[in-house]
Design a protein around this ligand. Structure first.
Ligand code: IPM
Ligand code: MG
Length: 371
């Protein structure tokens, strides 16, 4: 199959993690007879620096003409610390979501048995965690009217949702739950917010169409607590833009490292695949960042194209690496691999499909001795 991929490495560690993702995609392309064409474009702070615009038209056009967008990370401290900055790198990402109509952000959170010890939570809380977060991505307080009043001392952000916006993501969440443990938890703040009450109303109306799915309703403050107390209770979480942003960062900690969490953003135009972590500017160019979230995002992209075996070979390689105690410093501080070594190792295992144990032993020895 031929596929055209818009590649947007972005800021901070973005370029180095994306490089590993491409390495792994290339390792898959060959044995499975695919041809991936990569179109690199600017987004975020690097785009502001070079063009003055965090989302240049050329980038947007490339994305619209591609089969998928493969995205690294966005953000730069020089903008974070300046509340008066007129343009911000994040506008690049938010603009992409809006223009591509990516209303549904899927964030799987899975506890890898080999990483359970990394988790700050106790093992028995973490061990059966396997949830899918469905975060609404193009509405709510992120995109409502915002501004400052003339007195300069008052600011506002408005949270707006329509039934149609809630319905389209809800159907995706219910369908996903149907293929899993058949439970949807709506996380909201319906005891306070009118928009949350509209979410509940809408879900009440949709739920009877999915008779085999159990629906739970949970206030976001309680959900934040339940996420730590008993995370394994969640199957599919359905929530608004801002609550999903916060809950998914919290959930990522359970797995031991935010560097493990991939995501897919789907909707009207081209879908986008990106790790959920940020641009980690302190590590930029140091070759230490964990590329696995990016590599697993590539696997999600292949799955959405129906390339199931190909994605499986990536997941197998990632599992192999973890099972054998390999990982970047966030996973394995004592015996760490660099970002590019991690990419090399995953790519090698993918390419060999079922590598001979002796070959792997040799390979992994090579990695450990050069550190
Ligand atoms: C995320 C990020 C973004 C968000 C930022 C970078 C705008 O935190 O994708 O979760 O808030 O959506
Ligand atoms: Mg976030």
């Amino acid at each position: 199959m031929n596929k055209k991929i818009a590649v947007l490495p972005g800021d901070g560690i973005g370029p180095e993690i994306i490089r590993q993702g491409i390495k792994v995609l290339e390792a898959v392309a060959d044995p499975f007879n695919h041809h991936f064409q990569y179109c690199y474009n600017l987004v975020g702070a690097v785009a502001i620096d070079q063009t003055g615009n965090p989302l240049p038209q050329e980038t947007l056009d490339t994305c619209l003409q591609s089969d998928a967008v493969f995205f690294g990370a966005i953000g730069d401290p020089k903008y974070d610390n300046d509340p008066n900055a007129k343009v911000r790198p994040e506008q690049g990402l938010l603009g992409l979501r809006k223009y591509l109509g990516l209303y549904c952000n899927v964030r799987p959170v899975t506890a890898y048995p080999t990483l359970i010890k990394q988790s700050p939570l106790k093992e028995d809380r973490v061990k059966d965690v396997d949830m899918l977060i469905y975060r609404e991505l193009t509405g709510g307080i992120y995109f409502g009217e915002k501004g400052r009043r003339d007195d300069g001392k008052t600011a506002f952000d408005t949270c707006v949702y329509t039934v149609a916006e809630i319905e389209r993501i809800a159907h995706l969440a219910f369908n996903a739950a149907g293929k899993r443990r058949k439970k949807v938890t709506l996380i909201d703040k319906a005891n306070v917010l009118e928009t949350s009450r509209l979410w509940r109303d809408t879900i009440h109306k949709i739920a009877p169409k999915y008779r085999d799915i159990k629906v739970d309703y949970m206030f976001v403050d309680n959900a934040a607590m339940q996420m730590i107390l008993w995370p394994a209770q969640f199957d599919v979480i359905l929530t608004s833009n801002m609550f999903g942003d916060i809950i998914s960062d919290e959930a990522s900690v359970i797995t031991g490292s935010i560097g493990m969490l991939p995501s897919a953003s789907i909707g009207i135009e081209t879908s986008m695949y990106e790790p959920i972590h940020g641009s980690y500017p302190q590590a930029k160019g140091m070759n230490v960042a964990n590329p696995l979230a990016t590599i697993l995002s590539a696997a999600m992209m292949l799955e959405d194209w129906g390339m199931i075996k190909e994605a499986k070979s990536i997941r197998h390689a990632v599992n192999y690496l973890l099972e054998h105690g390999f990982g970047t410093e966030d996973l394995n501080p004592k015996n760490k691999l660099t970002c590019s070594q991690t990419g090399d190792l995953v790519a090698t295992i993918v390419a060999e499909e079922d590598p001979h144990p002796l070959k792997l032993e040799k390979l992994t020895k090579r990695f450990t001795t050069i550190i």
